[in-house]
Design a protein around this ligand. Structure first.
Ligand code: NAD
Length: 462
């Protein structure tokens, strides 16, 4: 991304350096007005009721399907994700739209709760104006998780996509806006200042997905007026490989989850702890499988790993790598860099004396440390302020026993951490505050209100 003298945001292709497209930056001084328009539009939007909003939004799913290939190409062009992953994100997002709408529709239904004396009806009302501030690493899916349930609940949304991926954000909002009434969903473009301005405006809900550092700033800014926040933040996910693990599948997972999207995934495997007795065999398998990760132009369908999103992100990763090598980690493969690319890299002999085992790396570096005994694995894995995801590979009951002692919000047993359809996406500890998706996640975009009457009156009337 670059900002021109005419206040235009240029989206730069990280693989080629070419300009992918441009959007006008929203002046900070105009953002209060954007929020005011959203507030005016919200009354009529809310008055449509759940049935009305569902009927109006259902056809969006088909249009997103029609646009999925184009949006997928744009994802690859703007942030360097491989073609398979770019298309995968847009197709998955489009295919989930209809089922997410239905699940939000069901989650927002009123509930009747009676006791001997009282009938209560629990309503889930709209909050008002909701803001979605999102990152670049899943530039369609992250906005969808914040925008779709918020709109279904009857809120109007002000959406600020990442400055690295403004075109995907705009393309997504344009499809929705073919169906939505005016000002129900508005987009503001820019970087930090355009993120701060809506936070400081007259809003009711803020759904932020991004780094822990920016999440903490937003939390502070929302404090004085107790503005509602949902923060989905960074992680430092551990993979524990137990003695009784299927090493072939553990190594497949280790490599896939360290390198996909160049390691730029919030639930990337950033730390691997392997039991001493099986460590040589596991490390050799990881090294062998890393060779399969062809790197290059992400528009080439055979390429699995493209560039880093930006020079800035590349430099953060390289600085951590350089420091880890100085601190004694062994470089077993990769480590090379050219332009925006970092080769898939495997480090062994890592330890908790190294920064790379503590700070979020967000790059294609697979870091392996050995342990002896479950208690040490649990203690190492939990030694972090983060708590997003994690995985344990081992015999099912053994792996489950270890997993239940871990602090993250989502832990996979012999699989990635994401839960079944309908479960929320949860960051524990400093990886999140509130959460989204699934029934409970959708409900975070509502205000609960209780209406109560004497049970006798209620029974006479209904
Ligand atoms: P980031 O925190 O730098 O930026 C995220 C968004 O916040 C961008 O749109 C940015 O313009 C905006 N912003 C920056 N400063 C702001 C401020 N002071 N006030 C308001 N908005 C501001 O994150 P990023 O580099 O875009 O994304 C990578 C991070 O996102 C990683 O830490 C990753 O783990 C995290 N992430 C988390 C999840 C999850 O589900 N928990 C999912 C995807 C990404």
């Amino acid at each position: 991304m670059s900002i021109t003298a005419t206040n235009t945001l240029e989206s730069i292709n990280p693989a080629t350096g070419d300009v992918v497209g441009r959007v006008p930056i929203t002046p900070v001084s105009a953002i209060a007005e954007v929020v005011a328009k959203a507030r005016i539009a919200q009354t009529a939007w809310n008055d449509l009721g759940l049935d009305g909003r569902l009927a109006l939004m259902q056809p969006i799913a088909e249009r997103l399907n029609e646009e999925a290939q184009t949006i997928g190409k744009l994802i690859t062009a703007e942030m360097g994700k491989s073609t398979a992953e770019g298309q995968g994100e847009s197709m998955y997002g489009a295919s989930k739209f209809a089922s997410e709408l239905s699940s939000a529709f069901e989650a927002f239904q009123p509930e009747e709760i009676d006791d001997e004396h009282t009938r209560s009806i629990l309503y889930r009302d709209a909050l008002g104006v909701s803001v979605a501030i999102t990152p670049w690493n899943f530039p369609m899916l992250m906005p969808q998780q914040c925008i779709l349930p918020s709109l279904m609940a009857g809120n109007c949304v002000v959406f600020k996509p990442s400055e690295e991926t403004p075109l995907v954000g705009q393309a997504y909002a344009d499809v929705l806006n073919e169906f939505l009434p005016k000002d129900v969903l508005q987009v503001v473009h820019g970087a930090d200042d355009q993120g701060k301005a809506p936070v400081e405006s007259d809003i009711n809900r803020l759904a932020f997905t991004g780094s822990r550092e920016v999440g903490a700033k937003i939390f502070t800014a929302c404090g004085p007026e107790l503005k509602r926040v949902v923060l989905e933040l960074g992680g430092k996910d551990a993979l524990i490989v137990l003695e009784d693990a299927n090493l072939e599948s553990a190594a497949n997972f280790a490599v896939q989850n360290s390198f996909r999207n160049s390691g730029q995934v919030c639930v990337s495997t950033e730390r691997i702890y392997v039991e001493d007795s099986i460590a040589d065999e596991f490390e050799n398998l990881v090294l062998e499988k890393t060779k399969e990760w062809k790197q290059g132009d992400p528009t080439d369908a055979s390429v699995k790993i493209g560039p880093m999103v930006s020079n800035t992100q590349r430099d953060i990763v390289l600085a951590q790598l350089e420091q880890a090598l100085k601190d004694g980690a062994k470089l077993r493969c990769g480590g090379g860099t050219h332009e925006n690319y970092i080769e898939p890299t495997v480090l062994t002999g890592c330890s908790h004396d190294m920064q790379i085992m503590h700070d979020e790396t967000f790059g294609p570096i697979c870091c392996i440390q050995r342990f002896s005994g479950d208690a040490e694995a649990v203690s190492l894995a939990n030694e972090t302020p983060y708590g997003l995801g994690g995985a344990v590979y081992g015999e099912t009951q053994h792996a489950m026993d270890v997993a239940r002692k871990l602090t993250p919000g989502m832990v996979g047993i012999n699989k990635a951490c994401g839960g079944a359809e309908g479960t929320p996406w949860v960051g524990a500890c400093q990886s999140g505050y509130g959460y989204h998706s699934g029934r409970d996640g959708h409900r975070q975009f509502t205000q609960v209100r209780i209406m109560s009457m004497p049970i006798t009156e209620a029974k006479a009337k209904y």
